[in-house]
Write a protein that binds this ligand. Structure first.
Ligand code: URA
Length: 226
């Protein structure tokens, strides 16, 4: 926790943590990033999403999930009656890996304290991990997303007990459209975990397919999504 913030309320502490993170020097990505992408959304959210790492557009704008994967995330949220402002969105890495390569183990380790402090301050009821990197980090288990998606787990992050709910990364459905149905189904399972009643299944014909456009310029796609 940043020094001198002990007496602040949690949302103010989160704001202060973000200001602190903006100058983070703790790994090599500090040399190539445009800016730190700390996180965005409600500091008192019941539902938090944790993705992988900022891509090109996030690095430019300083906000997570603003590219094609973010548009799909917003659409999936809308289908369960939520908007971006209702949830908190962050990533395992706060800085863009060059060319959108996979996060390296030492980068994940260096960045982990920011994410864990975000979770401790927000204290969400449910954390939806998007893809392999956040799922493996927060479950502490090497089982990949294909095996564990769509099933809730109880985990303790620092001193915070949360329901962790692994979901495919939205970018995976942009590359493999058949995964869209799986993502939609897993998103619907979030509703009862948040204390709401089940969302009715929409007939497939009423759901337009996602834009097939890649998130990034050719050759810079984020890998490791499955
Ligand atoms: N993919 C991620 O994992 N995070 C982002 O912020 C954008 C794309």
């Amino acid at each position: 926790m940043a020094a001198g913030t002990e007496s602040l309320a949690a949302p103010d502490k989160l704001q202060s943590l973000g200001e602190h993170a903006a100058a983070c020097p703790h790994c090599r990505l500090a040399e190539t990033r445009t800016q730190v992408v700390f996180g965005s959304g409600s500091p008192i959210a019941q539902l938090m999403f944790v993705g992988e790492a900022p891509g090109f557009h996030e690095d430019q704008q300083g906000v997570p999930f603003v590219g094609a994967a973010g548009k799909l995330l917003e659409r999936l949220l809308g289908e369960i009656g939520l908007a971006r402002a209702d949830v908190y969105i962050a990533n395992v890495l706060k800085c863009r890996p060059p060319g959108n390569r996979d996060p390296q183990p030492d980068e994940i380790e260096a960045c982990q304290p920011w994410l864990f402090q975000q979770i401790e301050l927000i204290r969400p009821r449910v954390i939806a991990t998007l893809g392999n990197f956040s799922t493996k980090l927060l479950t502490g288990n090497p089982a990949g997303i294909t095996r564990v998606h769509g099933v809730a787990q109880d985990v303790v992050v620092g001193s915070t007990r949360v329901v962790l709910f692994p979901i495919y990364h939205p970018a995976a459905a942009l590359y493999t459209p058949a995964l869209l149905r799986v993502l939609e189904e897993d998103f619907r399972k979030l509703v009862p975990l948040l204390g709401g009643s089940e969302v009715p299944v929409m007939p497939p014909a009423s759901v337009p397919p996602p834009a097939a456009a890649p998130e990034q310029p050719a050759g810079t796609a984020q890998l490791g999504l499955f």
